[in-house]
Design a binder for this molecule. Structure first.
Ligand code: BTN
Length: 259
């Protein structure tokens, strides 16, 4: 790391990618960037290999799902993007985004006093407040998928949670009542993402689906999503949300914001 990074990310000093994790090799650390997802996409386009990861102390153009901005102040949180290439076939499983959400939720459980939950498809929340989000973006050569960028933002210490967001977002520090280093969280994330995405690629969606259902707060809730209102009953084999409306019709929802 360059000296300014040691200052900017003092709590990352001495970080080493966990033994056994193929993700975070190499780990490229930036003091400030536009979006780590954009950096990872550029690196992937230039041939960077599976597991290459980009971490930034600050993003000036952080992006969330559905075209939203992702507030990314310096010195507070984790902004991580990982290039995934292993096992990509002719199609990219939509379930990759769900597996990433499960991985982040399971990783953050090591740091929270009670379990985190997944809000379909991949928001990670603690007691109904958002702790982390995942933005997966696929890259293609023609029709052939070449890489998926797994972008993860975790509210670790604060900063991004402005007072007006206090009702809908929180931080690891707030839910623990004590500080923790981003290095600890980063190590857990890299290991967990590697394990869950590998399990999906090697064994299929069934086991990840079971892990998702065990922690998905959306199932059983009354929701509005994609123009449909009803009760979310299940996640199908493709990762779509099944919503039963008041007439009993079951709708298959593939994307959207659950309200
Ligand atoms: C969401 O919940 O809407 C997804 C948020 C994803 C934010 C992360 S931060 C690292 C990576 N770089 C980005 O620009 N976005 C993702």
């Amino acid at each position: 790391m360059e000296p300014d990074l040691v200052v900017a990310m003092d709590d990352l000093h001495g970080f080493a990618t966990p033994a056994g994790s193929r993700l975070g090799r190499p780990l490229i650390v930036k003091a400030v960037t536009g979006s780590t997802n954009d950096d990872a996409r550029s690196l992937a386009a230039a041939g960077a290999g599976h597991g290459t990861a980009v971490l930034a102390d600050q993003q000036t153009a952080g992006r969330g799902r559905l075209g939203r901005a992702w507030s990314s102040p310096a010195g507070e949180n984790l902004y991580l993007s990982v290039i995934w290439r292993a096992g990509l076939g002719e199609t990219i499983p939509p379930t990759m985004t769900l597996a990433a959400g499960v991985a982040v939720s399971e990783a953050l459980d090591r740091f929270t006093p009670s379990p985190t939950r997944v809000k379909w498809p991949n928001d990670v929340r603690h007691r109904g407040k958002k702790l982390a989000g995942v933005l997966t973006e696929a890259m293609f050569r023609g029709a052939q998928p070449t890489a998926v960028v797994l972008g993860v933002g975790v509210n670790v210490r604060g900063g991004s949670v402005a007072p007006e967001l206090a009702d809908i977002a929180t931080t690891l520090r707030a839910v623990r009542g004590s500080d923790l280093s981003r290095a600890e969280v980063l190590g857990a994330l890299l290991s967990s993402l590697d394990e869950a995405l590998s399990a999906l690629m090697n064994d299929g969606f069934a086991v990840i689906r079971a892990r998702l259902l065990a922690r998905c707060e959306t199932i059983g809730a009354r929701v509005s999503v994609g123009g449909v209102t009803g009760v979310a009953t299940d996640v199908d084999d493709d990762g779509a949300l099944l919503v039963r409306d008041d007439e009993g019709a079951v709708h298959v929802v593939r994307s959207g914001e659950v309200r």
